[in-house]
Design a protein around this ligand. Structure first.
Ligand code: AKG
Ligand code: FE2
Length: 318
């Protein structure tokens, strides 16, 4: 992938990622890009998170309290997964459109080396100091994304993005990760299982994904990482998890957009380009799916969607 090739998928904007980011993701399994999103892009989304999830009392009181020692080996606990909602969101245009941002789509294509990609996951996550013990064991995120295991072929894996809306320091529960080469020295290269007796060794070489608001973290379903605790009194961490796979990879799934038909699709149809809608399975203008019948029925179903390019490509004006 050359930068000039990626430019053609981001419109006139220059790419926010480089060949080196792609190489790092492929070799190490993780890449962090601070300032992938600008302060102006983040601000309205942060305001939506604050409205939807609320800001903590600075004293830390008012949220459920858990005591954590920071020493024991972590675990998955149901209360870690509160304050999660899925796309499309009850927020504004920016909150809804960011997970289909042209730069994110272009980056997913480059990482997966796939001409077309599909967004199969997008959810918010608001964490608060004391609301849960967020400390987890090292794991790979494949077990609820596929019924098999991560592929040998990079194109058949996934890109799991995390977008930071607040500054995420270690005191704000930064994700910790182990690079592929480091994990390969402790476990067998390529394995996605981390037994309990290897957890301390993984922890000893883990790196922190602490970074400021606007950062994009990219990892995958075959990369070892874990959630950590928020320790800052009255602290909070607002992030969004967005998953892409190669279009047509039926092994991978998470959210089923079709099951969420009653959600805020208006926000998407009002603002998304055909290229953006394609990543959630809507055929491009000119596709043979679009006949006079399907065009007119779809317009009747989503009257807020301006389908002009689709009608024009089918040489229909109304
Ligand atoms: O939110 C994080 O920092 C990581 C959480 C995580 O890895 C998980 O729940 O699978
Ligand atoms: Fe995870």
């Amino acid at each position: 992938m050359s930068s000039s090739a990626s430019a053609s998928t981001t419109g006139s904007a220059s790419p926010r990622f480089t060949d080196d980011h792609v190489r790092q993701w492929r070799e190490e399994g993780f890449v962090l890009i601070p300032d992938f999103f600008s302060a102006d892009e983040i601000a309205p989304i942060l305001a939506d998170y604050e409205r939807i999830y609320g800001l903590p009392d600075p004293s830390g009181s008012g949220r459920a309290r858990v005591e954590t020692d920071g020493e024991s080996i972590g675990a998955f606990r149901p209360d870690q997964f509160r304050n999660i909602d899925q796309f499309p969101y009850e927020g504004g245009r920016e909150m809804n459109m960011i997970s289909m941002h042209p730069q994110l789509i272009a980056f997913a294509r480059a990482l997966l080396d796939a001409p077309q990609v599909h967004m199969y996951q997008s959810h918010t996550w608001a964490k608060y100091t004391g609301e849960a013990d967020y400390d987890q064991v090292h794991h790979c995120d494949f077990s609820n994304h596929t019924l098999t295991v991560p592929s040998d072929d990079v194109t058949l894996r996934t890109v799991d993005f995390i977008i930071y809306y607040t500054d995420v320091t270690d005191a704000h529960g930064a994700l910790h990760y182990v690079t592929k080469p480091d994990a390969g020295k402790i476990l067998r290269p390529g394995t996605v299982f981390a037994p309990e007796d290897k957890q301390q060794a993984l922890k000893a070489v883990e790196k922190s994904a602490a970074a400021p608001a606007g950062t994009l973290l990219a990892h995958s379903i075959d990369t070892f990482h874990r959630g950590t605790n928020l320790t800052k009194p009255g602290g909070h961490r607002f992030t969004m998890t967005v998953g892409y796979k190669a279009a047509g990879n039926d092994m991978i799934s998470f959210h089923i957009w079709q099951q969420a038909a009653g959600r805020n699709w208006e926000a998407i149809f009002r603002h998304a380009s055909p290229e953006q809608l394609r990543v959630i399975g809507i055929p491009l203008p000119g596709d043979s799916f679009w006949t006079e019948r399907t065009l007119k029925l779809t317009r009747a179903r989503w009257p807020e969607w301006d389908m002009t390019p689709y009608f024009e490509a089918a040489r229909l004006t109304s």
